[in-house]
Write a protein that binds this ligand. Structure first.
Ligand SMILES: [Zn+2]
Length: 50
């Protein structure tokens, strides 16, 4: 699966694409993968892109 490096994913609430420039903080998930929180401009909230 090809993944655009400049896109983190989509907002779980509204489905809007979240750009890498919208990221706020990265963290290590319990399973060792890296997660990220980003600001959704559409919801005006911090979300976890998926
Ligand atoms: Zn949203």
């Amino acid at each position: 699966m090809t993944r655009n490096s400049s896109t983190l994913g989509r907002c779980p609430d509204c489905g809007e694409e979240i750009d890498a420039s919208q990221s706020i903080i990265e963290f290590e998930d319990a399973d060792g993968s890296t997660g990220v929180f980003a600001e959704c401009y559409s919801c005006d909230e911090v979300v976890r892109p998926e």
